[in-house]
Design a protein around this ligand. Sequence first.
Ligand code: CUA
Length: 359
Amino acid sequence: MSEQAPARAEEVTPESELVANRETHGDALKMFAIGAIASVVGVAFALIINWFPARAAKEADHIDTLWDVLLIASVPVFVLVEVVVLYCVVRFRMRPGEELKDGPPIHGNTSLEIVWTAIPAILLVGLCTYAYVVLTNVEKAQANTMNIRVMGQQFTWTFFYNRDGKEVASPQLYVPIGQPVKFRVQSRDVLHDFWVPGFRMKIDAVPGIDTSIRVTPNRIGTYPVVCAELCGLGHATMRQTAHVVSRQDFNAWLQKLGRPAPAAAGGGGAAPDGKTLFTDNGCGGCHTLADAGTSGTTGPDLGKVLKGKDKAFIHESIAKPDAQVEKGYQPGIMPPDFDQKLSPAQLNALVDYLSKVTQ
Ligand code: CUA
């Protein structure tokens, strides 16, 4: 019994163990060097790439910085792991004739284990703390906040503004520059997600509850509003436009919202312009109409399907879109409430316009 144990130990000569140790050390150094170079290159690439559209809100600055910090922290980790894996696959691969050979015995290394547990833990706690600080910062309530209610439905957004104590609806989003805005987000039917990529902020619209985000737009321009939650066949068309405008332009726009254009000569309100109604209500997002210069393909080409149709048909197609659905299209895609969103005069003006330009 006592004779066998030393005999075994002699099979591994101290000489070869020393060589193996030296090689492992060299391997680790090489991996570290390759990993460090690859990390620098990786971080440089990650920072050069333009990941996001133009920033249009104060919150976007904080969020983009957070993104950069996350890249700087996570790219080296990824690169390091990949380098070790690839290096080991190449360096320690089985060569011909080694099929029956076993690798050297591996023992635990307590200090190494402490290091590789502590570093990720510190990294994670640090990043979480930073992200938490950014989140509280962008969600902080601010003085003089303007409230806008956002209603999502298949497949459009409606924005409700407070004007002289009354709510007025708009199919387009207008916000004054520099104005802290709180969006109260709701849904009429299924889950949607209110997102203006330029603002970076994004929140689900959940039937039955209110969710909210805060944004302070800081760059004049127009930015897409998109739905970021798969909500049905028309999900991809659930796009509108956010207009960040000057305070003056905003006030002028809000005063006009939902009101007929002032009459030319003291009359009781001129007929609303059909073409404006068509574009303002986002009809062109789904429909092609040559006169309005739109090319949507989710719904039928109006120049074709309305040709030769009377006004009653056009009226019904808007008010009750599923009454007669064009062949090749599905019911339930077009919002069924345009007759409530538009006043009777507006609806008639839209019908007149469509009738005129499609005959
Ligand atoms: Cu609404 Cu996707």
